[in-house]
Design a protein around this ligand. Sequence first.
Ligand code: XUL
Length: 521
Amino acid sequence: MSKRLVLGFDISTQSCKCIAVELETLVIVANTKVHYDSDLPSYQTVDGIHRHPDGHQFTSPTVMWFDAMKLSLDRVAIELNDKGLSLREVVAISGSGQQHGTVYWSIADVINFNFDLQDQLSRFESPIWMDNSTKVECNLLEKYMGGAANMQQLTGSAAVERFSIHHITKFRKHNSISYSKTKRISLVSSFGASLLCGRIMPMDTTDAAGTNAMDIQALDWSTAILDFCEIDQSILGNLTKPWDTLGVVDNFWVKTHGLSPEAKVVSWSGDNPCAVVGMGLVQPGDILISLGTSDTCIFVVDQLPNHFHAECSFGHFFPHPLLANAFFGMLVYSNGDITRRKIRDEYAEESWTKFSSAIESTQGISSIGAYWTVDEISPPLAKRDPVRVEEGKVVEEFSNPMMNCRAVIEYKALIMKTHLDQMRGGTDIKRVLMTGGATSNPAIVQVFSDILGKPIVGLDMPEAAAYGACLRAVHAISTKEERMHLLSRISTGAVITNPNKDTVSHYQGLYQQIPTLLRDL
Ligand code: XUL
């Protein structure tokens, strides 16, 4: 019997993923990945990137993403075929794109698949989120807007080097001839949607918040910012909602991959927004902590703060990709796994088991330690020696050095709580989800549960962005009743740890010391 399927792409930095989900059950029936370096070697990328000699510019060949989408669909077709399914059964497609990357078109509307895609672009390399060569543009804009807090209030983020408007402004200033040939600019997400529809599609209001040029309350371009940057609004196009259906797939995909001409294309969005949905962050009060190479904390709120804390100008807000009138905030910490591993190697003989025992044996000690093995972005601090505080005094080393293992985890949980309290206002915390390798370590999860005073729900969702894109597609083509049901089905997960009531007051004392520690750095 024929099934109804939805597809979710994820054009990420190193690979393009595509998964197929069965509409009724939301079960993944195909899950493919195209690695740019090894599957598309002619583009000569390393980790999907061209690193430029100045150390600040990072680009990817735009056309590579188109080739990756075609190859992904070939692979999905094979996996579906093995299960007696086919791409013909796909009723809707959406996707996720690495945030902030930009695509420069020399055409104004319709893509001609009979010609090389490259010939329809005014720039062959897309600056991506790692490109931090735009300090000058950021400083000028932020000064004009009256500082970081004003920028954050207006756009959801202070001026950030990796955000798109700065890359576009820099291109306009330094490559004026190519810029003059540019008729439209897409984000990686809206580029994917455009390829599927065969014409240039609008950016969605969630991913557009990653340009630093959208008024996050009005959900429209900020004319003040565009005027200052000398960017004509028509080059960016109108905005669409992330849950809007854009049209059906172009005949190109019907001919090359056997998709149904009725398959709907739903607005694509950024990878973090799609992951928000894939992880089930669909109600205000939900918080997700992800411990990985860098640590991330994402939280859903139903309103933006009235007043942005200057101490938190490194945090970001984006419109929620599934809920109208809601937003999600994002905090990123660069001292994640590498810093934890360094402490483990120094104090726990390179063993996570010994690291966990050290955490357990030092419970209840009122010391704080903070560690930076790479430059930190939240708050911005250059890599520096650790700070250890014992009995209110700064010390070279703890009297029990095992405390370093507990302290590196406690500091991360305490600093996240500090930033969450500053950015979320008084909204009740409903659920705390945790994901990433560290979730398999109960001692680490317990510290987070005790410091936040909440049960922790464990999550293992490696393809959260592509899966989130599928869920957004399902949501977009559902009726109002089906949507309510869908929301309750995707916000599940099991509690893995409960807070230990005895530690609450202990941690309140440590929490109060964090502002002083940060001030004295
Ligand atoms: C978010 C960011 C990255 C990219 C690439 O602001 O820069 O997470 O989305 O994944």
